[in-house]
Design a protein around this ligand. Structure first.
Ligand SMILES: NC(=O)c1ccc[n+]([C@@H]2O[C@H](COP(=O)([O-])OP(=O)(O)OC[C@H]3O[C@@H](n4cnc5c(N)ncnc54)[C@H](OP(=O)(O)O)[C@@H]3O)[C@@H](O)[C@H]2O)c1
Length: 396
């Protein structure tokens, strides 16, 4: 029986709250706080059990610490934006409470994705006797746990890893992003990067692509991107020679993105507009559909997994672990599309791992550092069942 404080009432926050509310035996009390309290109230009104709602500006560590001090939760789940990671980690440190998030910290003024900012908290968290679990979404998150599971049960060493992320759904809008548009577009428009033979190889944005055959979806054009889990997995996987991340994008999405870039709407530096400073990408976010609202007519599936190539008992072994999720089914269950669902469910399971004491530690941790078995078992129970295809490679 534990109290959890969830910060962020967007698309993902809604799913985390709904899923936690389904498990009163684990999450006996839920506090939901966000910048706009109305969004917390709307989520609270959709639930069958009461929760507490609060307003907080999580850019301010003092406000977070005061909120934690007021409610005394066992755990803070951060599903606000990556910009808030450090102030929320500071607030947890001050209050002495465990922390979990789904995306690594990014400074607002430069699209720089790396764990160093958060790994730097390791000693302070350890000294305080608390833990931080980083990246408990799908990718990062479930993909890291798939890697730990493959390492534990199927391989002596894993040499090649390809994380493959396909959204074959259709939301009916000419252009929309499936999670926070600002974060999403910053991620896609940066340079691509993968890790090979101990080094990072940098490429121009979206300059490497290929068709990948996704389970239950079929072949889709996929683009090599940098994604944050590559950084921690490159550190922890034994025998690794190369790790890459691929994501699908439709022609229509890419054409819109190209135009937006060409006209300067994806810029993240402030520009003068009628005597005010505005950041074009933040303005663009204000006019695009809210990702939380996309679920209503969303059709089709996501198919996300990890393809492994390595060695077991002296024999070469190739396989894939993956999940397929249906947008309309997610909407029926929690009024969310599958991208929010596939992020929110693992955030709930990560929180459950900590509160049940199945994942324990002092310091700052990535998902692959813990025993994957209880997490994998819960994925099957709570909405993200996984399957294995033996012999699967990126080419077949
Ligand atoms: N690991 C994965 O697989 C994965 C996948 C998708 C997304 N994510 C991550 O999940 C997180 C949430 O994404 P989302 O799609 O739910 O985004 P979203 O719909 O934009 O929701 C973000 C929420 O955070 C709130 N917020 C923003 N700044 C705040 C502040 N200073 N103080 C308090 N609350 C604040 C927003 O408040 P307002 O309502 O006032 O704007 C909003 O309710 C992001 O960090 C994203 O990167 C991870």
């Amino acid at each position: 029986m534990s109290k959890v404080l969830i910060i962020g009432a967007g698309g993902v926050g809604n799913v985390v709250v709904q899923k936690c509310a389904q498990l009163p035996g684990v999450f006996s009390e839920i506090v939901l706080a966000s910048r706009t309290v109305k969004k917390c109230q709307d989520i609270a009104a959709s639930l069958k059990r009461p929760i507490t709602v609060e307003q907080v500006d999580a850019d301010d560590a003092k406000q977070v610490a005061a909120l934690v001090g007021k409610h005394k939760p066992q755990l803070v789940v951060n599903v606000a934006l990556p910009y808030q990671d450090l102030p929320i980690m500071d607030g947890c440190l001050e209050a002495g409470v465990d922390y979990l998030d789904t995306a690594n910290y990014e400074p607002k003024d430069v699209a720089k994705f790396e764990y160093s900012y958060q790994w730097n908290y390791h000693d302070r968290y350890k000294d305080k006797g608390i833990m931080a679990l980083l990246g408990s979404g799908f990718d990062p998150g479930v993909t890291n746990v798939y890697c730990a599971y493959a390492m534990k049960h199927y391989y002596d060493e894993i040499n090649y890893v390809d994380i493959v992320d396909c959204n074959a759904g259709d939301h009916g809008h000419p252009f929309a992003t499936n999670f926070n548009p600002e974060i999403n577009i910053r991620e896609i428009t940066q340079k691509g990067r993968y890790w090979e033979n101990g080094q990072w190889v940098e490429i121009d944005p979206m300059s490497i692509h290929r068709d990948i055959n996704y389970p239950e979806v079929g072949p889709k054009a996929s683009y090599l991107l940098y994604h944050e889990e590559l950084e921690s997995l490159a550190k922890y996987i034994k025998g690794l020679k190369r790790i890459r991340f691929w994501m699908t994008f439709g022609e229509q999405y890419l054409t819109h993105l190209r135009v937006l870039q060409n006209v300067g709407m994806t810029r993240i530096d402030p520009v003068d507009y009628e005597g005010h400073k505005i950041v074009p990408l933040q303005f663009l976010k204000a006019v695009l559909p809210d990702p939380g609202s996309l679920g209503v007519n969303y059709k089709g599936k996501t198919s996300i997994g990890v393809i492994f190539d390595g060695v077991k008992d002296g024999q070469r072994k190739q396989m894939m672990i993956y999940n397929v999720c249906d947008h309309a089914e997610c909407y029926k269950e929690v009024r969310a599309q599958a991208v929010s669902y596939t992020t929110g469910v693992p955030a709930m399971i990560g929180a459950k791992m900590i509160l049940e004491g199945k994942w324990k530690g002092k310091g700052v941790f990535n998902m692959e550092q813990f025993d994957p078995d209880p997490f994998m078992a819960d994925l099957n129970l709570y909405g993200l069942p996984w399957k294995i295809i033996e012999g699967k490679t990126i080419d077949n």
